[in-house]
Design a protein around this ligand. Sequence first.
Ligand code: FAD
Length: 388
Amino acid sequence: GTGKYKGMVEDCCCDYETVDNLNSEVLNPLLQDLVTTPFFRYFKVKLWCDCPFWPDDGMCRLRDCSVCECPETEFPEPFKRPLPSDDLKCQEGKPQAAVDRTIDNRAFRGWVETKNPWTHDEDDTDSSEMTYVNLQLNPERYTGYTGPSARRIWDSIYSENCPKYSSGETCPEKKVLYKLISGLHSSISMHIAADYLLDESNNQWGQNMDLMYDRILRHPDRVRNMYFTYLFVLRAVTKATAYLEQAEYDTGNHAEDLKTQSLIKQLLYSPKLQTACPVPFDEAKLWQGQSGPELKQQIQKQFRNISALMDCVGCEKCRLWGKLQVQGLGTALKILFSVGNQDTGDHQTLQLQRNEVIALVNLLNRLSESVKMVHDMGPDVERLMEDQ
Ligand code: FAD
């Protein structure tokens, strides 16, 4: 087991050991396959940095106009050189921070030509600012993005948009938002530590245990929040079963698309999931209080702010994963809290955009990887804790 993490995941319906086994034996292997399918490996995203906050410092906008949207050959020479590490600018100049936009045309063709039945919402419309990114070519890992620019994003998320609740906090909804963000933050840090540039001079990548320990493992609450976020997103996926099962996974590659469909069904109908952890999170307990509707509006507003903040992330690859994962969380929130809620008279059926499904499943996979990493180093974690 994971030592310190025993009993039920806080506010969830399954215990740590069950989650670890379910994840390692069933869900993680399926998700790992699923995210490599043509349907799930492309993500449509506006990588243009369009930060509505801190308009005066010119950091984000200027840099992006000149760097990110240029074709490879027009890449301005100065940006290819690493910036000094104490430079206030973000470090997109580092090769590991840039997004690889190579598209596999064969797999990609179906994406464009297939009619997309999911794009009902206006904000998913194609525009020249939208880029399709092959996620498999752009793993979430260390990019060198750090310092004040990264710091102020997290600070602003925590201080303005999802304050850490005090121990006496009785409002479960506020707790949920904080834990989701903190859990996502832990997972991002896990991926940075798991795939770190250990030696820049000979481009050697590997695990940075000190970092993993310092940023996540020695903070049990951060680990717990990560499990919580995983179960929350897993619940959203299972709640959307009827929708996900019948959705179109067409990319024009028949054999691959059948595989996608089959993997989705295996995930949704995994016997182990149904018996071990059928309801990973119980959303029906929320929004029961008197101020339910207003509270929901307030929290929705906070979440929209967090998602707007992703446009201020000053490293392209971090922005890609930040946007994807926040959109994935937003999709989970929509599935669990916005649809078919009798209390609010909302009888509409679930509709998801194609991109939302892609974000949701890729987010679940990222969390699943992080949970697996913590689990796999079980004895190591305990030893580290004993060293304290
Ligand atoms: P940070 O991770 O920046 O944390 C800041 C403060 O938040 C901490 O001091 C602590 O008080 C608090 N905190 C930390 N973790 C938690 C938690 N789990 N729950 C609650 N509070 C916490 N860098 C990369 O190399 N690759 C990436 O892909 C990447 N993606 C990013 C995506 C986003 C959206 C953002 C905002 C940043 C990203 N970064 C990425 C930068 C990275 O997250 C860190 O900010 C950076 O590595 C500096 O880390 P730090 O040690 O200062 O602590």
